[in-house]
Design a protein around this ligand. Structure first.
Ligand code: NAD
Length: 264
């Protein structure tokens, strides 16, 4: 896919380190020829993000904590100053109080429910509101979701509810922005060992369960998610919007564990 994003300018939110899904996406987009802008959530992550950005020749447009709307405005103002427009934006972030990703969903507090919904779900809409103004000739918006939006998953709790809202947002944003040729899609990634995933209880067990039961008998990598992102951000997918595309080694088609694949 070399050159498929040549001349395209894209903003990617969510790089924390070189295991982040956002990093897999950034690398693949850079390989495909895109010029990139990255953000960091907190000062402590800046020292990790700057060298990664330098590796790709990407700009760092500042700190963005989506819980602080003025920082979203600030990074879009930077992007406007830098490029005058943006061709794609990738939203690759989520957060919930780790203590509530254990135990029962029914015990979720209102504070954590609202915070998780704001950071993990509404922030994509907040970003779409700003991106629309910088996409006069159309563009592509992409977010990251998980199968826990569709089915109950152990420990996913309030994140599952937030991801369900996020997936519905993809459909509503796609309908609102389609007439401006702005496409809105999500990748539903299989489990990958990242900093965010380390907050989810029994994560190693979840990885093993996927390895045994996914049709491809393995888990996926950030590189594989990155290359699918290139497809969704490029003209190759110009007829696709409102889509939740699973990059999960096929796990979402499985209805029951595979006795033939279980360890003996
Ligand atoms: P990660 O820890 O590398 O990335 C999460 C990012 O979210 C970090 O960069 C963090 O700084 C950012 N973030 C958290 N709160 C924020 C806030 N208030 N403002 C701005 N940024 C904030 O983990 P990851 O697994 O790469 O997560 C990226 C996305 O992929 C998330 O939406 C996650 O739910 C989704 N996802 C992950 C998996 C998985 O198994 N790792 C599977 C499916 C979907």
């Amino acid at each position: 896919f070399a050159g498929i994003l040549a001349g395209k300018k894209g903003l990617i939110l969510g790089v924390a380190n070189n295991r982040s899904i956002a990093w897999g996406i950034a690398k693949a987009c850079a390989d495909a020829g895109a010029e990139l802008a990255l953000t960091y959530q907190v000062e402590a992550l800046e020292k990790r993000v700057r060298p990664l950005a330098a590796e790709l020749g990407a700009h760092v447009v500042g700190r963005c904590d989506v819980a602080e709307p003025e920082t979203i405005d600030a990074i879009f103002a930077e992007v406007a100053k830098l490029w005058g427009k943006v061709d794609f934006v990738v939203h690759c972030l989520a957060y919930s109080d780790k203590d509530q990703l254990d135990g029962r969903y029914v015990d979720t507090t209102l504070d954590n429910f609202l915070m998780s919904m704001n950071i993990s779900c509404f922030s994509f809409t907040a970003i779409a509101q700003r991106a629309e103004k910088l996409m006069p000739e159309g563009g592509s918006l992409l977010t990251l979701t998980y199968y826990g939006a569709e089915k109950w998953m152990p420990h996913y709790n309030v994140m599952g509810v937030a991801k369900a809202g996020l997936e519905a947002s993809v459909r509503y944003l796609a309908a609102d922005l389609g007439e401006k040729n702005i496409r809105v899609n999500a990748i539903s990634a299989g489990p990958i060992k990242t900093m965010a995933a380390s907050g989810i209880g029994d994560f190693r067990y979840i990885l093993r369960w996927n390895e045994y039961n996914a049709p491809l008998r393995r888990v996926v990598t950030i590189e594989e998610v990155g290359e699918t992102a290139v497809y969704l951000l490029s003209p190759m997918s110009r007829g696709v919007s409102g889509e939740i595309l699973h990059v999960d080694a096929g796990y979402h088609v499985v209805g029951m564990m595979n006795p033939a694949a279980a360890p003996k």
